[in-house]
Write a protein that binds this ligand. Structure first.
Ligand SMILES: Nc1ncnc2c1ncn2[C@@H]1O[C@H](COP(=O)(O)OP(=O)(O)O)[C@@H](O)[C@H]1O
Ligand SMILES: Nc1ccn([C@@H]2O[C@H](COP(=O)(O)OP(=O)(O)O)[C@@H](O)[C@H]2O)c(=O)n1
Length: 428
Protein backbone atom coordinates (compact mmCIF):
# COMPACT_ATOMS: atom_id res chain seq x y z
CA UNK A 1 0.00 0.00 0.00
CA UNK A 2 1.21 3.51 -0.73
CA UNK A 3 1.79 6.00 2.05
CA UNK A 4 1.28 9.75 2.06
CA UNK A 5 1.60 12.65 4.46
CA UNK A 6 -1.74 13.58 6.05
CA UNK A 7 -3.23 15.35 3.10
CA UNK A 8 -5.95 17.16 5.01
CA UNK A 9 -3.52 19.37 6.79
CA UNK A 10 -1.78 20.29 3.56
CA UNK A 11 -5.11 21.25 2.03
CA UNK A 12 -6.09 23.19 5.10
CA UNK A 13 -2.91 25.19 4.95
CA UNK A 14 -3.69 26.38 1.46
CA UNK A 15 -7.30 27.23 0.76
CA UNK A 16 -10.00 25.18 2.35
CA UNK A 17 -12.47 25.68 -0.41
CA UNK A 18 -10.39 24.88 -3.50
CA UNK A 19 -12.75 22.28 -4.86
CA UNK A 20 -10.28 21.22 -7.57
CA UNK A 21 -8.04 19.75 -4.85
CA UNK A 22 -10.79 17.29 -3.98
CA UNK A 23 -11.14 16.00 -7.52
CA UNK A 24 -8.30 13.50 -7.13
CA UNK A 25 -10.14 11.99 -4.18
CA UNK A 26 -12.94 9.47 -3.79
CA UNK A 27 -15.81 10.14 -1.40
CA UNK A 28 -17.48 7.46 0.71
CA UNK A 29 -20.89 7.89 2.31
CA UNK A 30 -21.96 5.35 4.93
CA UNK A 31 -25.72 5.02 5.00
CA UNK A 32 -25.62 2.42 7.75
CA UNK A 33 -23.08 -0.02 9.21
CA UNK A 34 -24.65 -3.09 7.68
CA UNK A 35 -24.59 -2.12 4.00
CA UNK A 36 -21.77 -1.26 1.63
CA UNK A 37 -20.93 2.46 1.52
CA UNK A 38 -21.59 4.52 -1.58
CA UNK A 39 -18.51 5.79 -3.42
CA UNK A 40 -18.39 8.81 -5.72
CA UNK A 41 -15.87 11.19 -7.24
CA UNK A 42 -15.95 14.74 -8.61
CA UNK A 43 -15.25 15.21 -12.29
CA UNK A 44 -15.34 17.92 -14.93
CA UNK A 45 -17.36 15.53 -17.15
CA UNK A 46 -20.67 13.80 -16.40
CA UNK A 47 -20.32 10.11 -15.46
CA UNK A 48 -22.40 6.97 -15.83
CA UNK A 49 -25.73 6.78 -13.98
CA UNK A 50 -25.75 4.96 -10.67
CA UNK A 51 -29.00 4.09 -8.92
CA UNK A 52 -27.50 3.85 -5.39
CA UNK A 53 -25.91 7.26 -5.72
CA UNK A 54 -29.14 8.72 -7.08
CA UNK A 55 -31.11 7.13 -4.25
CA UNK A 56 -28.75 8.80 -1.78
CA UNK A 57 -28.72 12.16 -3.49
CA UNK A 58 -32.29 11.81 -4.76
CA UNK A 59 -34.23 14.22 -2.63
CA UNK A 60 -33.75 17.11 -0.28
CA UNK A 61 -30.93 19.61 -0.01
CA UNK A 62 -27.54 17.99 0.20
CA UNK A 63 -24.28 19.05 1.81
CA UNK A 64 -21.02 17.52 2.86
CA UNK A 65 -19.10 19.05 5.72
CA UNK A 66 -15.69 18.45 7.26
CA UNK A 67 -13.48 20.15 9.82
CA UNK A 68 -10.01 20.99 8.57
CA UNK A 69 -7.40 22.34 10.96
CA UNK A 70 -3.66 22.55 11.26
CA UNK A 71 -2.35 19.61 13.24
CA UNK A 72 -3.83 16.19 13.94
CA UNK A 73 -4.88 16.88 17.53
CA UNK A 74 -6.90 19.94 16.54
CA UNK A 75 -8.35 18.11 13.53
CA UNK A 76 -9.46 15.15 15.65
CA UNK A 77 -11.06 17.39 18.26
CA UNK A 78 -12.71 19.63 15.65
CA UNK A 79 -14.23 16.59 13.94
CA UNK A 80 -15.71 15.45 17.26
CA UNK A 81 -17.04 18.96 18.02
CA UNK A 82 -18.53 19.20 14.53
CA UNK A 83 -20.40 15.94 15.07
CA UNK A 84 -21.76 17.14 18.42
CA UNK A 85 -22.81 20.49 16.93
CA UNK A 86 -24.53 18.91 13.94
CA UNK A 87 -26.33 16.33 16.07
CA UNK A 88 -27.58 19.05 18.41
CA UNK A 89 -28.50 21.70 15.85
CA UNK A 90 -29.97 19.86 12.89
CA UNK A 91 -33.76 19.87 12.78
CA UNK A 92 -35.90 16.71 12.53
CA UNK A 93 -36.03 15.68 8.88
CA UNK A 94 -32.27 16.05 8.40
CA UNK A 95 -30.25 12.86 7.93
CA UNK A 96 -26.63 12.86 9.04
CA UNK A 97 -24.27 10.23 7.57
CA UNK A 98 -20.60 9.58 8.21
CA UNK A 99 -18.54 10.34 5.17
CA UNK A 100 -14.87 10.46 4.27
CA UNK A 101 -12.72 11.32 1.30
CA UNK A 102 -9.54 9.44 0.48
CA UNK A 103 -6.99 8.48 -2.15
CA UNK A 104 -7.73 4.83 -2.96
CA UNK A 105 -5.41 2.45 -1.06
CA UNK A 106 -3.09 5.29 0.04
CA UNK A 107 -2.29 5.16 3.75
CA UNK A 108 -2.96 8.29 5.80
CA UNK A 109 -5.08 9.88 3.09
CA UNK A 110 -8.47 9.65 4.83
CA UNK A 111 -10.31 12.83 5.82
CA UNK A 112 -13.50 12.20 7.79
CA UNK A 113 -16.61 14.33 7.57
CA UNK A 114 -20.40 14.25 7.38
CA UNK A 115 -23.01 14.15 4.67
CA UNK A 116 -26.32 15.94 5.29
CA UNK A 117 -29.60 15.31 3.55
CA UNK A 118 -32.08 17.99 4.47
CA UNK A 119 -35.78 17.22 4.15
CA UNK A 120 -36.74 19.36 7.13
CA UNK A 121 -39.76 21.63 6.97
CA UNK A 122 -37.68 24.84 7.12
CA UNK A 123 -34.63 23.56 5.18
CA UNK A 124 -32.50 24.53 8.15
CA UNK A 125 -29.32 22.58 7.35
CA UNK A 126 -27.80 25.32 5.18
CA UNK A 127 -28.17 27.87 7.98
CA UNK A 128 -26.63 25.46 10.49
CA UNK A 129 -23.62 24.59 8.32
CA UNK A 130 -22.89 28.18 7.31
CA UNK A 131 -23.05 29.22 10.98
CA UNK A 132 -20.57 26.47 11.83
CA UNK A 133 -18.40 27.56 8.92
CA UNK A 134 -18.29 31.12 10.26
CA UNK A 135 -17.19 29.89 13.68
CA UNK A 136 -14.29 27.70 12.60
CA UNK A 137 -12.38 25.82 9.95
CA UNK A 138 -15.29 23.97 8.40
CA UNK A 139 -15.34 23.10 4.72
CA UNK A 140 -18.82 22.81 3.13
CA UNK A 141 -19.91 21.48 -0.28
CA UNK A 142 -23.40 21.72 -1.75
CA UNK A 143 -24.86 19.11 -4.13
CA UNK A 144 -27.57 20.09 -6.60
CA UNK A 145 -29.57 18.19 -9.20
CA UNK A 146 -29.73 19.50 -12.76
CA UNK A 147 -32.89 19.17 -14.84
CA UNK A 148 -31.32 16.36 -16.89
CA UNK A 149 -30.66 14.37 -13.71
CA UNK A 150 -26.93 15.10 -13.35
CA UNK A 151 -25.66 16.04 -9.90
CA UNK A 152 -23.23 18.91 -9.42
CA UNK A 153 -21.04 19.74 -6.45
CA UNK A 154 -19.85 23.25 -5.57
CA UNK A 155 -18.15 24.83 -2.57
CA UNK A 156 -20.15 26.93 -0.09
CA UNK A 157 -17.78 29.90 0.21
CA UNK A 158 -17.57 33.68 0.01
CA UNK A 159 -15.05 33.52 -2.82
CA UNK A 160 -17.07 34.21 -6.01
CA UNK A 161 -14.67 32.33 -8.33
CA UNK A 162 -14.88 29.26 -6.12
CA UNK A 163 -18.64 29.49 -5.67
CA UNK A 164 -19.23 29.43 -9.40
CA UNK A 165 -17.00 26.46 -10.13
CA UNK A 166 -18.81 23.13 -9.99
CA UNK A 167 -18.03 19.48 -10.74
CA UNK A 168 -20.11 16.50 -11.76
CA UNK A 169 -20.74 13.83 -9.15
CA UNK A 170 -19.82 10.49 -10.72
CA UNK A 171 -19.90 6.93 -9.29
CA UNK A 172 -16.53 5.48 -8.23
CA UNK A 173 -15.55 1.82 -7.70
CA UNK A 174 -15.02 0.42 -4.19
CA UNK A 175 -11.28 0.47 -3.36
CA UNK A 176 -9.37 -2.72 -2.54
CA UNK A 177 -8.78 -1.68 1.09
CA UNK A 178 -11.72 -0.28 3.02
CA UNK A 179 -11.05 3.47 3.44
CA UNK A 180 -11.51 3.33 7.22
CA UNK A 181 -8.37 1.14 7.46
CA UNK A 182 -6.12 3.73 5.81
CA UNK A 183 -5.30 5.92 8.82
CA UNK A 184 -5.05 3.27 11.57
CA UNK A 185 -1.25 3.35 12.03
CA UNK A 186 -0.28 6.05 14.50
CA UNK A 187 -3.83 7.42 14.70
CA UNK A 188 -5.60 4.44 16.29
CA UNK A 189 -2.85 1.90 16.92
CA UNK A 190 0.70 2.84 17.91
CA UNK A 191 3.64 0.58 17.22
CA UNK A 192 6.31 2.47 19.19
CA UNK A 193 6.34 4.21 22.53
CA UNK A 194 7.67 7.38 20.86
CA UNK A 195 4.63 7.62 18.53
CA UNK A 196 2.04 7.49 21.34
CA UNK A 197 4.22 9.78 23.46
CA UNK A 198 4.25 12.43 20.70
CA UNK A 199 0.44 12.55 20.62
CA UNK A 200 0.20 13.34 24.33
CA UNK A 201 2.99 15.89 23.99
CA UNK A 202 0.98 17.61 21.25
CA UNK A 203 -2.05 17.65 23.60
CA UNK A 204 -0.35 18.95 26.68
CA UNK A 205 -1.55 22.56 26.23
CA UNK A 206 -5.20 21.60 25.82
CA UNK A 207 -5.26 18.56 28.13
CA UNK A 208 -3.05 19.35 31.16
CA UNK A 209 -3.39 15.75 32.44
CA UNK A 210 -1.21 14.67 29.49
CA UNK A 211 1.89 16.02 31.26
CA UNK A 212 1.25 13.90 34.35
CA UNK A 213 0.73 10.80 32.20
CA UNK A 214 4.00 11.44 30.33
CA UNK A 215 5.86 11.91 33.61
CA UNK A 216 4.58 8.55 34.86
CA UNK A 217 5.71 6.89 31.60
CA UNK A 218 9.18 8.40 31.96
CA UNK A 219 9.50 7.41 35.63
CA UNK A 220 8.54 3.81 34.88
CA UNK A 221 10.89 3.56 31.91
CA UNK A 222 13.83 4.73 34.02
CA UNK A 223 13.04 2.28 36.80
CA UNK A 224 12.59 -0.66 34.47
CA UNK A 225 15.87 -0.07 32.61
CA UNK A 226 17.83 -0.66 35.77
CA UNK A 227 16.04 -3.84 36.82
CA UNK A 228 15.07 -5.68 33.65
CA UNK A 229 15.57 -9.38 34.36
CA UNK A 230 12.73 -11.46 32.91
CA UNK A 231 12.85 -14.97 34.30
CA UNK A 232 9.35 -16.08 35.30
CA UNK A 233 6.50 -16.55 32.79
CA UNK A 234 4.21 -13.63 31.95
CA UNK A 235 0.62 -14.69 31.18
CA UNK A 236 -1.90 -12.24 29.74
CA UNK A 237 -5.65 -12.83 30.05
CA UNK A 238 -7.75 -11.13 27.38
CA UNK A 239 -11.42 -11.06 26.42
CA UNK A 240 -14.46 -8.85 26.13
CA UNK A 241 -15.95 -7.38 29.28
CA UNK A 242 -17.67 -9.98 31.49
CA UNK A 243 -15.95 -12.97 29.93
CA UNK A 244 -14.45 -13.73 33.38
CA UNK A 245 -11.02 -12.04 33.31
CA UNK A 246 -11.18 -10.62 36.84
CA UNK A 247 -12.47 -13.91 38.27
CA UNK A 248 -9.79 -15.96 36.51
CA UNK A 249 -6.84 -13.62 37.09
CA UNK A 250 -7.55 -13.53 40.86
CA UNK A 251 -7.71 -17.33 41.01
CA UNK A 252 -4.52 -17.66 38.95
CA UNK A 253 -2.73 -15.22 41.21
CA UNK A 254 -3.51 -17.44 44.22
CA UNK A 255 -2.91 -20.75 42.47
CA UNK A 256 0.48 -19.76 41.06
CA UNK A 257 1.68 -17.38 43.79
CA UNK A 258 1.85 -14.84 40.97
CA UNK A 259 1.90 -11.04 40.83
CA UNK A 260 -1.27 -9.60 39.29
CA UNK A 261 -0.95 -6.54 37.04
CA UNK A 262 -3.27 -4.86 34.59
CA UNK A 263 -3.35 -2.47 31.69
CA UNK A 264 -4.15 0.37 32.00
CA UNK A 265 -2.20 0.30 35.29
CA UNK A 266 -3.64 1.53 38.57
CA UNK A 267 -1.59 4.75 38.43
CA UNK A 268 -3.53 5.85 35.31
CA UNK A 269 -6.99 5.16 36.80
CA UNK A 270 -7.49 8.80 37.82
CA UNK A 271 -6.94 9.97 34.21
CA UNK A 272 -8.98 7.35 32.41
CA UNK A 273 -12.33 9.12 32.36
CA UNK A 274 -10.68 12.27 31.02
CA UNK A 275 -9.05 10.47 28.11
CA UNK A 276 -12.11 8.29 27.41
CA UNK A 277 -13.95 11.52 26.53
CA UNK A 278 -11.38 12.44 23.85
CA UNK A 279 -11.39 11.43 20.15
CA UNK A 280 -9.69 8.13 19.17
CA UNK A 281 -6.26 9.65 18.37
CA UNK A 282 -5.82 10.90 21.95
CA UNK A 283 -7.73 8.14 23.72
CA UNK A 284 -5.81 5.35 21.99
CA UNK A 285 -2.44 7.03 22.60
CA UNK A 286 -3.33 7.11 26.31
CA UNK A 287 -4.08 3.37 26.41
CA UNK A 288 -0.96 2.63 24.35
CA UNK A 289 1.18 4.45 26.93
CA UNK A 290 -0.60 2.49 29.67
CA UNK A 291 0.81 -0.70 28.14
CA UNK A 292 4.37 0.65 28.37
CA UNK A 293 3.89 1.47 32.05
CA UNK A 294 2.51 -2.04 32.63
CA UNK A 295 5.46 -3.46 30.62
CA UNK A 296 7.91 -1.74 32.96
CA UNK A 297 6.05 -3.22 35.96
CA UNK A 298 6.08 -6.67 34.33
CA UNK A 299 9.82 -6.41 33.73
CA UNK A 300 10.41 -5.71 37.42
CA UNK A 301 7.97 -8.22 38.90
CA UNK A 302 8.79 -11.13 36.60
CA UNK A 303 12.29 -11.25 38.01
CA UNK A 304 10.94 -12.81 41.23
CA UNK A 305 7.53 -14.39 40.44
CA UNK A 306 5.20 -15.39 37.60
CA UNK A 307 3.10 -12.44 36.39
CA UNK A 308 -0.58 -12.51 35.41
CA UNK A 309 -1.78 -9.49 33.38
CA UNK A 310 -5.45 -8.51 33.04
CA UNK A 311 -5.66 -6.99 29.51
CA UNK A 312 -2.59 -5.77 27.61
CA UNK A 313 -1.78 -4.80 24.01
CA UNK A 314 -4.29 -7.21 22.42
CA UNK A 315 -7.11 -5.23 24.07
CA UNK A 316 -5.67 -1.87 23.07
CA UNK A 317 -5.24 -2.86 19.44
CA UNK A 318 -8.41 -4.94 19.01
CA UNK A 319 -10.79 -2.28 20.39
CA UNK A 320 -8.98 0.48 18.49
CA UNK A 321 -9.13 -1.39 15.18
CA UNK A 322 -12.76 -2.43 15.65
CA UNK A 323 -13.77 1.17 16.41
CA UNK A 324 -11.78 2.65 13.54
CA UNK A 325 -13.01 0.20 10.91
CA UNK A 326 -16.58 1.00 10.03
CA UNK A 327 -19.16 -1.45 8.73
CA UNK A 328 -18.79 -5.18 8.66
CA UNK A 329 -16.11 -7.62 9.79
CA UNK A 330 -15.05 -8.11 6.14
CA UNK A 331 -13.75 -4.52 6.15
CA UNK A 332 -11.04 -5.36 8.73
CA UNK A 333 -7.46 -5.41 7.43
CA UNK A 334 -6.73 -8.93 6.11
CA UNK A 335 -5.14 -11.64 8.25
CA UNK A 336 -1.36 -11.11 8.18
CA UNK A 337 -1.62 -7.32 7.75
CA UNK A 338 1.09 -5.26 9.47
CA UNK A 339 -1.75 -3.63 11.43
CA UNK A 340 -1.87 -6.76 13.64
CA UNK A 341 1.87 -6.80 14.43
CA UNK A 342 3.02 -6.44 18.03
CA UNK A 343 4.94 -3.16 18.72
CA UNK A 344 8.66 -3.81 18.31
CA UNK A 345 9.60 -2.07 21.59
CA UNK A 346 6.86 -3.50 23.86
CA UNK A 347 7.71 -6.39 26.22
CA UNK A 348 6.23 -9.63 24.85
CA UNK A 349 4.40 -11.95 27.23
CA UNK A 350 5.04 -15.71 27.36
CA UNK A 351 1.38 -16.60 26.75
CA UNK A 352 -1.81 -14.72 25.82
CA UNK A 353 -5.16 -16.40 26.53
CA UNK A 354 -8.39 -15.05 25.06
CA UNK A 355 -11.48 -15.93 27.11
CA UNK A 356 -14.42 -16.67 24.89
CA UNK A 357 -18.10 -17.12 25.82
CA UNK A 358 -21.23 -17.04 23.66
CA UNK A 359 -22.90 -13.62 23.25
CA UNK A 360 -25.90 -14.92 25.25
CA UNK A 361 -23.76 -16.10 28.19
CA UNK A 362 -21.78 -12.85 28.17
CA UNK A 363 -24.98 -10.84 28.26
CA UNK A 364 -26.26 -13.02 31.14
CA UNK A 365 -23.04 -12.34 33.09
CA UNK A 366 -23.17 -8.62 32.34
CA UNK A 367 -26.77 -8.38 33.51
CA UNK A 368 -26.07 -10.50 36.57
CA UNK A 369 -23.11 -8.34 37.53
CA UNK A 370 -25.23 -5.22 37.13
CA UNK A 371 -22.27 -2.81 37.24
CA UNK A 372 -21.77 0.28 35.13
CA UNK A 373 -20.33 -0.45 31.74
CA UNK A 374 -18.10 1.85 29.77
CA UNK A 375 -19.88 3.47 26.84
CA UNK A 376 -17.91 1.24 24.50
CA UNK A 377 -18.98 -1.86 26.35
CA UNK A 378 -22.65 -0.80 26.19
CA UNK A 379 -22.14 -0.36 22.49
CA UNK A 380 -20.89 -3.94 22.31
CA UNK A 381 -24.13 -5.09 23.77
CA UNK A 382 -26.29 -3.39 21.21
CA UNK A 383 -23.83 -3.63 18.41
CA UNK A 384 -23.29 -7.18 17.42
CA UNK A 385 -21.18 -6.07 14.44
CA UNK A 386 -18.75 -4.23 16.66
CA UNK A 387 -18.35 -7.20 19.03
CA UNK A 388 -17.62 -9.48 16.07
CA UNK A 389 -14.94 -7.06 14.87
CA UNK A 390 -13.28 -6.85 18.31
CA UNK A 391 -13.31 -10.64 18.60
CA UNK A 392 -11.89 -11.12 15.12
CA UNK A 393 -9.20 -8.45 15.58
CA UNK A 394 -8.11 -10.16 18.85
CA UNK A 395 -7.62 -13.38 16.91
CA UNK A 396 -5.67 -11.76 14.06
CA UNK A 397 -3.02 -10.14 16.28
CA UNK A 398 0.29 -11.93 16.02
CA UNK A 399 3.76 -12.30 17.56
CA UNK A 400 2.42 -13.30 20.06
CA UNK A 401 -0.97 -14.54 18.90
CA UNK A 402 -3.59 -15.42 21.52
CA UNK A 403 -4.91 -18.88 22.36
CA UNK A 404 -8.67 -19.07 22.62
CA UNK A 405 -10.04 -20.59 25.84
CA UNK A 406 -13.66 -21.66 26.19
CA UNK A 407 -14.69 -19.68 29.27
CA UNK A 408 -18.31 -20.87 29.46
CA UNK A 409 -17.83 -23.69 32.02
CA UNK A 410 -17.78 -23.03 35.80
CA UNK A 411 -15.05 -20.73 37.21
CA UNK A 412 -13.19 -23.69 38.70
CA UNK A 413 -13.32 -25.65 35.46
CA UNK A 414 -11.96 -22.64 33.53
CA UNK A 415 -9.18 -22.25 36.12
CA UNK A 416 -8.12 -25.93 35.86
CA UNK A 417 -8.18 -25.74 32.06
CA UNK A 418 -5.99 -22.60 32.08
CA UNK A 419 -3.57 -23.98 34.71
CA UNK A 420 -3.13 -27.01 32.50
CA UNK A 421 -2.34 -24.79 29.49
CA UNK A 422 0.12 -22.67 31.49
CA UNK A 423 1.95 -25.77 32.75
CA UNK A 424 2.23 -27.12 29.23
CA UNK A 425 3.27 -23.91 27.53
CA UNK A 426 5.34 -22.20 30.22
CA UNK A 427 6.85 -25.10 32.18
CA UNK A 428 5.29 -23.90 35.42
N1 LIG B 1 -16.79 -19.23 34.56
C1 LIG B 1 -17.82 -18.49 34.95
N2 LIG B 1 -19.06 -18.99 34.97
C2 LIG B 1 -20.11 -18.22 35.34
N3 LIG B 1 -20.02 -16.94 35.74
C3 LIG B 1 -18.80 -16.38 35.74
C4 LIG B 1 -17.63 -17.12 35.35
N4 LIG B 1 -16.56 -16.30 35.45
C5 LIG B 1 -17.03 -15.11 35.88
N5 LIG B 1 -18.37 -15.15 36.06
C6 LIG B 1 -19.23 -14.06 36.50
O1 LIG B 1 -19.43 -13.21 35.38
C7 LIG B 1 -19.33 -11.84 35.75
C8 LIG B 1 -18.19 -11.19 34.99
O2 LIG B 1 -16.95 -11.74 35.40
P1 LIG B 1 -15.62 -10.87 35.55
O3 LIG B 1 -14.58 -11.80 36.07
O4 LIG B 1 -15.90 -9.63 36.33
O5 LIG B 1 -15.35 -10.52 34.01
P2 LIG B 1 -14.39 -9.42 33.34
O6 LIG B 1 -13.28 -9.12 34.31
O7 LIG B 1 -13.90 -10.14 32.09
O8 LIG B 1 -15.23 -8.24 33.00
C9 LIG B 1 -19.16 -11.83 37.27
O9 LIG B 1 -20.43 -11.65 37.86
C10 LIG B 1 -18.58 -13.20 37.58
O10 LIG B 1 -18.93 -13.64 38.87
N1 LIG C 1 -5.04 -2.57 27.72
C1 LIG C 1 -6.19 -1.95 27.47
C2 LIG C 1 -7.29 -2.07 28.32
C3 LIG C 1 -8.46 -1.42 28.01
N2 LIG C 1 -8.57 -0.68 26.89
C4 LIG C 1 -9.83 0.04 26.58
O1 LIG C 1 -10.68 -0.03 27.73
C5 LIG C 1 -11.96 -0.63 27.47
C6 LIG C 1 -12.26 -1.84 28.30
O2 LIG C 1 -11.96 -1.58 29.57
P1 LIG C 1 -12.89 -2.04 30.77
O3 LIG C 1 -12.36 -1.41 32.00
O4 LIG C 1 -14.31 -1.84 30.39
O5 LIG C 1 -12.63 -3.57 30.81
P2 LIG C 1 -12.90 -4.55 31.98
O6 LIG C 1 -11.62 -4.53 32.74
O7 LIG C 1 -14.09 -4.05 32.73
O8 LIG C 1 -13.14 -5.84 31.27
C7 LIG C 1 -11.93 -1.06 26.04
O9 LIG C 1 -13.04 -0.41 25.54
C8 LIG C 1 -10.62 -0.55 25.44
O10 LIG C 1 -10.92 0.49 24.57
C9 LIG C 1 -7.47 -0.56 26.07
O11 LIG C 1 -7.55 0.13 25.05
N3 LIG C 1 -6.30 -1.19 26.36
Amino acid sequence: MLHCKPIGYRMANRSMSRLAQWCSRVFMVEINQKTEPIYFALSSKPGARNSELEALLGSGKLFSVCALCDGRVQSARSHAHLKTALTEKLAPGCDLFDTASFLPDVNNSLIRGFFLRDNSALSSAERVVTQLQQKGSVCVFRYTREENGDYLCSAVTHEPAERERSYYVTPAPAPQHHPSTLNITNSDVFYQLAEAYKVLQECSDIIPESKAVLELVEEQQLESNSSHDKRFPVIVIEGLDATGKTTLTCSLQKALGAVLLKSPPECLAQFRQRFDAEPPLIRRAFYALGNYITAAQIARESSHAPVIVDRYWHSTAAYAIATAVSGREENLPAVGSEIYEWPSDLLRPSLVLLLSVSPEERLRRLTHRGLDKTEEESQLEINHLFRRKVDEAYKRIQNPACMVVDASPSPDHVLQQVLCLIRNKCNL
